[in-house]
Design a protein. Structure first.
Ligand SMILES: *[C@@H]1O[C@H](CO)[C@@H](O)[C@H](O)[C@H]1NC(C)=O
Ligand SMILES: *[C@@H]1O[C@H](CO)[C@@H](O)[C@H](O)[C@H]1NC(C)=O
Ligand SMILES: *[C@@H]1O[C@H](CO)[C@@H](O)[C@H](O)[C@H]1NC(C)=O
Ligand SMILES: *[C@@H]1O[C@H](CO)[C@@H](O)[C@H](O)[C@H]1NC(C)=O
Length: 226
């Protein structure tokens, strides 16, 4: 129901002919206003360090939406773009990296859509975290830790359900009782949002099993003794 022609026009006019390090939220506001759409309660799925698995999951199982499954996330996913002050107004050769300047077109865009995605969440929300990375499944400097959890509205969001996924053949660096999950718990509880945590949520694990069918955890009855 959205007008794609207007959406692409607003995206271009947000950054064309502008310096790539001086983007502001106001530049994108008309695009956001046109392209935003509601997200049903209980359907928001956040993620951190599980990019591949989480998107395989939402493609296979249409019950949940990640940011990249919303219109504003979808159109920018995997893209980079920036302006240049001289003609043609778009720099097709190089754009600043995220760490080169803070107000670059990609960072400003993703921060803005991440806030909107979190602001829109209601009911129970899910987050898929990676229990096989070394420095903790929850990192407070990530987009999820520094933007999204702070924008969940405790009057609309009752619970965050963590799906802590381990690589089937990888190390299990953290469990639901681990230190970074404890930190996440205290941040959320201070904001009056409750938290539950499940290790290796089975519907997601079954996708990992598709590429690892002979592994012990992938048997039909994984806990049965032989
Ligand atoms: C969301 O989940 C809660 C708890 O399971 C349930 O009570 C509520 O009806 C659900 N909301 C919608 C819109 O499905
Ligand atoms: C966890 O992170 C590692 C390193 O980035 C990655 O190789 C692995 O696929 C991730 N695991 C899951 C379950 O997403
Ligand atoms: C993350 O947590 C550490 C340790 O608790 C704290 O020192 C740091 O300020 C936090 N960073 C952010 C971005 O909240
Ligand atoms: C959390 O809820 C308690 C009790 O309802 C209330 O006193 C407190 O102000 C709330 N805290 C926040 C951050 O909303």
């Amino acid at each position: 129901g959205k007008d794609c022609h207007s959406i692409s026009g607003l995206l271009l006019s947000a950054f064309m002919y502008k310096h790539p390090c001086s983007m502001s939220e106001e530049d994108y506001q008309p695009l956001m206003d046109l392209a935003r759409h509601p997200i049903p309660c209980n359907k928001s799925l956040f993620w951190s360090k599980t990019n591949n698995l989480v998107h395989r999951y939402t493609k296979a199982n249409r019950d949940f939406l990640t940011l990249e499954d919303t219109l504003l996330g979808y159109i920018a996913d995997g893209m980079s773009w920036c302006g240049i002050s001289s003609a043609p107004g778009i720099d097709y050769y190089s754009c600043p990296k995220w760490n080169e300047c803070e107000n670059n077109p990609g960072s400003v865009y993703w921060k803005m859509v991440s806030k909107m995605f979190a602001d829109a969440a209601c009911g129970t929300v899910q987050v898929m975290l990676n229990g096989s990375i070394e420095n903790g499944a929850f990192r407070n400097g990530s987009i999820f830790g520094s933007i999204e959890i702070l924008h969940l509205n405790p009057e609309k969001v009752s619970t965050v359900e963590v799906w802590l996924m381990h690589d089937i053949e990888g190390t299990q660096s953290e469990s639901c009782a681990g230190p970074s999950i404890k930190m996440l718990t205290s941040i959320l509880e201070n904001r009056n949002i409750s938290i539950t945590c499940k290790e290796n949520h089975r519907p997601v694990q079954l996708l990992q099993c598709a590429s690892n069918p002979d592994h012990a955890t992938c048997r039909l009855c994984p806990y049965a003794t032989q």
